[in-house]
Design a protein around this ligand. Sequence first.
Ligand SMILES: C[S@@+](CC[C@H](N)C(=O)[O-])C[C@H]1O[C@@H](n2cnc3c(N)ncnc32)[C@H](O)[C@@H]1O
Length: 358
Amino acid sequence: MRPPPPAVVRLVQRLSDALGRAGLALQPPQARFLQLTGGVASIMLMRAALETKLVEPLAHGPLTAPALADRLGLHADTVHRVLRGLAVYGLARLDSRGRFSLTSTGRLLLDENPHSMSGWIRYLTSPLVIQGWFRIPESLRDGLPAFNAATGKTIWEHLAENPEEEDGFARTMRELTLMAAPLIVAAYPWPETGTVCDVGGGVGSMLAEVLRRRSGLRGLLVDQAGPLAGSGEYLASRGVAHRVTAVEGDLFTGFRADANIYLLKDVLHDWDDAQCRQILRTVRDAARPGARVLVLEWLQERNRAEFPVSVSDIMMLAQTEGRQRSASEFFALGSAAGFERGRVIDTGAYGIVELVAA
Ligand SMILES: C[S@@+](CC[C@H](N)C(=O)[O-])C[C@H]1O[C@@H](n2cnc3c(N)ncnc32)[C@H](O)[C@@H]1O
């Protein structure tokens, strides 16, 4: 299915944000405040549902809590209370006969749904991520990235040492990328032939969607050993494995990959400015003059508070050394690494910032 044009995506987003703000503004401050405090409840209830496979039986039709509890070997009254909580957040529906069903949003909790967001919820609520959030008061004092300061290592070092968590993170990125990919793929004038290299591409979820769009393109996938190990199966499931070569490489020390287009999707937002310049230099060293780098990220203007980008920026503070940036900030980083300015394309959600190898 073709995504709507970027202007429509933007308009719907703005309208929905404005209606949300108007709804909140109608409430007295205390009521608004109480509503905000539900944030932890919504994601922790989702996690509880995932851990117990609570919503899976609801995929086939409405059930009461005792019927569900019976099937899953759970405590009936608690099942009722937890699902009623999920209904408050629009993930389930509760009818007057005490039967629960899943809403279309709630269906995103189903592991088997091709649009599932279950990996994202597991990651977001994992002790790994939560410890970064707890350290933010210290970051306010010393400006240090929360996760690194709390654990003494980067999130990438942690993931490389914990393969199960690394798989969970790869699933999370796949889910998030598959949400954005249709907009990105539709918005850029991809060439018919040539090579696209996805740098820090994980299992290759962005690359796969580009290759599916253009049958004459080939792909290079650069990442570390862990994510690359899962890429073969994933790329095969998208029907493009035979057109992709995996290249184990490092963002900082280099890799060999001769391509026409390099993708950096949600990579630079993990790193500080000096590290970003180094990553861009690494890509510049691999590229020929005229090659293009597409920075694919939510764009953050300094004085604009906007969902989801400003929340993602805080997540970067909690988990990485990075931040969300504006197109001008990417151009400045690119210029220091041997790139000229290219286009900026607003896909309606993600931005595409094009850098051209000088
Ligand atoms: C936030 S994820 C983005 C993944 C993918 N681009 C996407 O959007 O789905 C960052 C990626 O950078 C990779 N990465 C982190 N440090 C790296 C390094 N030093 N060299 C190569 N890749 C690295 C991680 O393994 C991960 O796949």
